[in-house]
Design a protein. Sequence first.
Length: 84
Amino acid sequence: MKEAVGEKEAADFITVDEARAIALSDAGYDEADVIMEKARFEKADEDDPARYEIEFTAEGLDYEYSIDALTGKILERESEKEDD
C-alpha cells in the first residue's frame, strides 16, 4: 500500500539515498569522504515542494543542500567554512 504525502504518493519521490548521491556528486565527493550530518525528508506545504534537506561536512567545509523530492533538482546549495 502506497503512503499518500500531500497530492503525490511516496512512491513518486526519489529516495533519501538518491538525494544524498545528488548532493555529494554536485559537491564532488564520495560518501566515504564526508561526515553526513543530516538527510531528512520534508513534506510539501503551500509554499514549498516536498524536499530532502542534506547536510554534510568535508575538508573543513559545511555543505547544505535542498533537493526536490519529485525531480531530484537541486533547489538550494550552500557551503561555508566549518565552525570550530
